[in-house]
Design a protein around this ligand. Structure first.
Ligand code: AP5
Ligand code: MG
Length: 190
């Protein structure tokens, strides 16, 4: 099983590159953001809870996201592997993921970290906000998402560096060029 974590700040291209990875490597896609937005759209209890955090650009509490992930993971059992997009985002989430994979006789294969500077991230998200309808694609919320990334999520990079799984990749340029670099990194571990 190929378990890829696609890591990076809001707007770094996690979702965009996930689509390419899914096709090339026949992986299942788990985007916790997409799962939460679907819950919001369906008006579930989980969706209502998540909405308050997402609209402010804050993280949904760890126990909620971790609880949700176990179910989603088991629904993808038949895939050649999984791409985790937007998860883990905190140290407790990374510990929970490692435990969940270990219980299933698996481990994280690679952590691809898309590196993009803040002005470019803001530019991309503001542009997307003009059509996306996402409640968090406005300047105020984008700024808090970027702060949350800096303070709560980016420290995970150190963790994955020590495990030797982290591959930083420059996330600026064409989508195709960036994907070539990601593919090279993934092929190297196989
Ligand atoms: P989530 O849905 O994960 O959003 P995010 O991390 O803020 O990132 P985005 O989805 O906005 O960006 P992306 O990196 O996927 O980039 P994309 O490919 O779309 O999370 C949303 C919220 O849900 C969180 O704030 C939190 O509240 C909650 N949540 C989710 N997971 C959670 C968790 N694990 N724990 C707790 N809370 C959680 O690209 C962005 C734009 O740039 C697009 O318009 C795209 O077309 C464009 N673009 C992509 N690549 C390029 C390129 N190379 N050049 C130019 N433009 C490009
Ligand atoms: Mg995304």
């Amino acid at each position: 099983m190929l378990n890829v974590i696609i890591f990076g700040a809001p707007g770094s291209g996690k979702g965009t590159q996930s689509e390419n990875l899914i096709k090339k490597y026949n992986l299942a896609h788990i985007s916790t953001g997409d799962v939460l937005r679907a819950e919001m759209k369906n008006g579930t209890e989980l969706g209502k809870l998540a909405e308050n955090y997402i609209a402010k650009g804050q993280l949904v509490p760890d126990d909620v996201v971790i609880g949700m992930l176990a179910n989603v993971l088991d629904s993808k059992k038949d895939a050649a592997g999984v791409i985790f997009d937007g998860f883990p985002r905190t140290i407790p989430q990374s510990e929970a993921l490692e435990k969940m994979l270990k219980e299933r006789g698996q481990e994280v294969s690679i952590v691809v970290s898309l590196e993009v500077e803040e002005p470019e991230l803001i530019d991309r998200l503001i542009k997307r906000g003009q059509q996306s309808g996402r409640s968090d694609d406005n300047l105020e919320t984008i700024k808090s998402r970027l702060d949350v990334y800096k303070n709560q999520t980016s420290p995970l990079k150190e963790h994955y560096k020590t495990t030797g799984k982290l591959v930083p990749i420059k996330g600026i340029g064409t989508v195709e060029d960036i994907f070539l670099k990601i593919s090279e990194a993934v092929d190297n571990i196989k």
